[in-house]
Design a protein around this ligand. Structure first.
Ligand code: SF4
Length: 293
């Protein structure tokens, strides 16, 4: 949950998740929809889909016991070398290096090297040199926290830093890097139609697109063209939603229907009762609109 997401944002989602799935066994019974429903609004839904795939593998291959070997962790969807290293060090006290953005910054500052001039393999070598084999739990947690809270990208708090005596660039961060020109986000237009009856909503499972994959969203307006005359338009709004590398420009028309019409489509759709909408995974802007209906 913390990949590309701040602690304060992820915390309520984590608490809900652990409450619903306190054990591997409980999680093993979850459907992908149920996991995505708990993820609604958190973004980067690939993480939720990977949790589903991973727990299926753990159920089938490891009899519902989380694997303990580094190479086994690497085979699980969503777990790369750094996450596997963190699991080994934090969960099993088996020292392994980690290398996320924060760690890269801290270790290169400690030895006063320019992060942009080092290859990934050199960064891994450097990270391995720093691993504390006596107390890999404290080291791994500590270096992540140091990067997130003290040795920040701009204005690091060197005077409060517990490793300033060993740091070759303490108080002397020279930022020779030219600021990268902020990449313009790719704009993706979406034209959606949300149909509701008094107590239900017409939503379709988004199985094709990589954005919001497997979440439930309103139909594309185009695919409902032959039906919209029989619905009554109640509102039309424009929503801009920012993803990390993309901006969604959503035009959302809302309609009232007197009945739960059958839609001719090969897509998986449902008339979902409004009081059961929380059981479905919805993207944040869509769930916001639905909550305000
Ligand atoms: S002394 Fe400053 S530059 Fe060095 S690790 Fe600490 S915060 Fe980062």
């Amino acid at each position: 949950m913390l990949q590309q997401t701040q602690v304060k944002t992820a915390t309520p989602y984590f608490k809900n998740f652990i409450k619903k799935y306190p054990t591997q066994k409980k999680l093993s019974e979850a459907t992908e929809d149920q996991i995505l429903a708990l993820w609604s609004g958190l973004g980067f839904y690939r993480r939720a889909r990977n949790i589903f795939k991973t727990k299926e593998i753990i159920k089938e291959k490891y009899n519902n016991r989380f694997p303990k070997k580094f190479h086994q962790l690497l085979e699980l969807p969503g777990i790369g070398k750094s996450t596997a290293g963190a699991i080994m060090s934090l969960a099993y006290q088996n020292p392994h290096p980690i290398l996320d953005g924060n760690v890269k910054r801290v270790i290169t500052r400690l030895v006063n090297k320019n992060i942009d001039l080092l290859k990934e393999s050199q960064l891994w070598d450097l990270s391995s040199q720093f691993v504390n084999k006596e107390n890999c739990f404290a080291y791994t947690q500590g270096i992540m926290d140091l990067g997130a809270t003290v040795c920040t990208p701009t204005n690091p708090s060197c005077k409060d830093c517990p490793v300033q005596n060993q740091c070759m660039s303490a108080f002397n961060i020279i930022n020779n890097k030219k600021r990268k020109v902020a990449q313009l986000k790719k704009v993706i237009p979406m034209n959606l139609s949300l149909i509701q009856t008094e107590d239900s909503l017409l939503l379709v499972k988004n199985e094709a697109s990589s954005i919001w994959k497997n979440l439930w969203i309103p139909f594309e307006s185009r695919s409902l063209e032959s039906y919209t005359n029989s619905f009554k338009l109640t509102s039309s709004q424009k929503i801009q939603h920012e993803l990390t590398h993309r901006r969604l420009n959503i035009k959302l028309n809302t309609y009232i229907s007197t009945n739960e019409s059958e839609i001719k489509t090969n897509k998986k759709y449902k008339w979902i009762k409004k009081d059961r909408i929380n059981e479905y995974g919805l993207p944040k802007p869509i769930s916001k609109v639905i909550n305000e209906l």
